[in-house]
Design a protein around this ligand. Structure first.
Ligand SMILES: N[C@@H](CCC(=O)N[C@@H](CS)C(=O)NCC(=O)O)C(=O)O
Length: 260
């Protein structure tokens, strides 16, 4: 596909196939005014986090993707940002941004003070910040490295290292004590944690039945009106192009003892 055809595909996606535009809303009280936001998106992938956040906040955005066509959506991203084509890629005013966690923190901190995160001096804030970063830094990274390794060679026993089961168990243990990943209230940390915790069970990396608190939390966040609006706009035909689940997850239970 040449550049002109790609551009036409992009325009077609914008005109007809791409998701909707949220209603205009003023940024949170005391927040800076929001520049135009364009979210380059892949259905069912991490870019949903940004759409979901904007829906929670009632902030305007434009969504760019080719409905039902992950490759076509990827081509739109590549055309816009060839160096590191990833979803999400966000046009924030005239700046191009990647990394969903950074994008969420930027929007919340700069444009929605006091919303979707605990107060800076609250007891919940350190946990909130930890989960904001744990989602990609430790959880998603371990899930996908286990997935690749286990696809190549199914495991016979648990790893001695912190594995998929250990990182999901950490989340389960936290949810035994707190209703949300930001502590007392729903926050951007719940938005960050949703994708990897969904992947953990959808790809059969862990045994769903072993993590009832995660399952109950997942049902609660997925019932939120903003999540439902995100689905309608950003995943209108349900999940497409899923990776195949593992035929079996690693045996569960205690990790083998560390070698001396
Ligand atoms: N840590 C990044 C990860 C972004 C990422 O890897 N996104 C996936 C989709 S969920 C992607 O773009 N994959 C395409 C590729 O790696 O070629 C974030 O949280 O935004």
């Amino acid at each position: 596909m040449n550049n002109l055809t790609r551009r036409s595909a992009g325009l077609a996606a914008l005109a007809g196939l791409a998701g909707g535009t949220a209603t205009q809303a003023a940024p949170g009280k005391g927040g800076a005014s929001l520049p135009p936001i364009v979210i380059y998106h892949l259905e069912g992938r991490r870019s949903e986090r940004v759409v979901w956040l904007m829906e929670e906040l009632g902030f305007p955005y434009r969504l760019e993707f080719k409905r039902g066509d992950l490759q076509g959506s990827m081509d739109l991203i590549r055309e816009f940002s060839p160096i590191v084509p990833m979803a999400p890629t966000v046009k924030y005013g005239d700046q191009i941004l990647v990394e969903s966690g950074a994008i969420l923190e930027l929007i919340v901190n700069r444009h929605a003070p006091g919303r979707l995160q605990p107060g800076l001096s609250s007891r919940d804030y350190p946990h909130y910040l930890m989960w904001m970063h744990f989602a990609e830094g430790s959880l998603a990274s371990r899930l996908f490295s286990d997935y690749r390794a286990w696809m190549a060679r199914p495991p016979k026993e648990r790893s001695r290292m912190v594995d998929s089961e250990a990182v999901v168990e950490f989340a389960e243990a936290f949810l035994r004590e707190h209703p949300w990943f930001g502590g007392a209230a729903f926050s951007a940390a719940d938005i960050m944690m949703h994708f990897p915790l969904r992947v953990a069970t959808d790809l059969n990396l862990v045994d769903r039945a072993q993590f009832p608190k995660v399952a109950e939390w997942k049902a609660r966040v997925e019932a939120r009106p903003a999540y439902r609006r995100m689905l309608a706009k950003a995943r209108p035909d349900g999940m497409i192009g899923s990776l195949p689940p593992l035929p079996q997850h690693a045996p569960s239970g205690p990790r083998p003892a560390q070698p001396r």
